[in-house]
Design a protein around this ligand. Structure first.
Ligand SMILES: NC(=O)c1ccc[n+]([C@@H]2O[C@H](COP(=O)([O-])OP(=O)(O)OC[C@H]3O[C@@H](n4cnc5c(N)ncnc54)[C@H](O)[C@@H]3O)[C@@H](O)[C@H]2O)c1
Length: 256
């Protein structure tokens, strides 16, 4: 799909990988809706690229439906939908502080996994009403974000790993469900990227330790490198139903 003149939604677009992707899509000529819980940051990013900012809590289905309606009214139905909003929590399943609070587990699942599914199911229903763009019958493309923790999660990350494994696992069946509508579904599983989330999760010392176990290049990824892959996924129609690791061949050990 040619990105130029398309309408795109980026959840989590106010910061980190999402903000990098908003900038890349806009640079390629898309009209971008920045959907984020952080309204102030979302506005700043949207203003920078001439897009719109819409406050959303992806864990709240009414909020998701309202945000999609706002985008529809202000820009039109978005054919490009990128689910990049996410949160993490570091906690072992049990320990000196007692069992992992169930509420924390559910919050991580609700934001990362249920939020992604909810945006996809509502956006797909809208996109299905649009005319195909080309002779393939392509109508839209979804990009969801897992993590390498979906496959080799370290100690203290069961909730996050479970949510991200869910996102990886639903990629193929969702692509199959949406094939008749001409909507592709892809997932990126990033390694370590230099964003506020990554640094706050690990702390500065943990972040440096992570760099030491990355084979090559021995550094955190840049949001622009994630965005480059995100744009390629939109542009290359043969990519569908797959999870791509973007991780400089990093494999997690026991600990971060
Ligand atoms: N940075 C990494 O190293 C890394 C690695 C693997 C996966 N990821 C994933 O990439 C995605 C982006 O992460 P990032 O590192 O850019 O983080 P970030 O914290 O910089 O950005 C996340 C954005 O999501 C928004 N958000 C959080 N909860 C929300 C909610 N309920 N509704 C709407 N928006 C919400 C935040 O306000 C923030 O703007 C996340 O899904 C994360 O799990 C990041």
């Amino acid at each position: 799909m040619d990105i130029k003149n398309q309408i795109a939604i980026v959840t989590g677009g106010a910061s980190g990988l999402g903000a990098g992707t908003v900038r890349a899509l806009a640079a390629k000529g898309a009209k971008v809706a920045v959907l984020d819980l952080n309204e102030e940051l979302a506005k700043a990013v949207a203003e920078e690229v001439g897009g719109i900012a819409v406050k959303v809590d992806v864990a709240d289905t009414d909020s998701v439906a309202a945000a999609l309606a706002t985008v529809r009214d202000q820009l039109g139905i978005a054919r490009i939908v990128m689910n990049i909003a996410g949160i993490g929590i570091g906690r072992k399943i049990t320990g000196r502080k007692g069992p992992h609070p169930l509420d924390d587990f559910m919050r991580v699942i609700n934001v990362n996994l249920t939020g992604t599914f909810d945006v996809c199911r509502l956006a797909a229903t809208d996109i299905a009403t649009l005319e195909p763009l080309n002779e393939d019958g392509e109508r839209g493309v979804f990009l969801n974000v897992a993590s390498i923790f979906a496959f080799d999660g370290p100690v203290g990350d069961t909730a996050y790993a479970a949510a991200k494994a869910g996102i990886a696992g639903m990629t193929l069946p969702m692509a199959r469900d949406l094939a008749n509508y001409g909507i592709r579904v892809m997932t990126i599983a990033p390694g370590v990227f230099d964003t506020p989330l990554a640094r706050s999760e690990t702390g500065e010392e943990g972040f440096s330790r992570l760099m030491s176990i990355i084979p090559f290049p021995k550094r955190a990824g840049k949001p622009s490198e994630f965005a480059q892959m995100a744009c390629h996924i939109v542009e290359n129609s043969m990519l569908n139903g797959e999870v791509i690791r973007l991780d400089a061949s990093m494999r997690m050990g026991l600990m971060v």
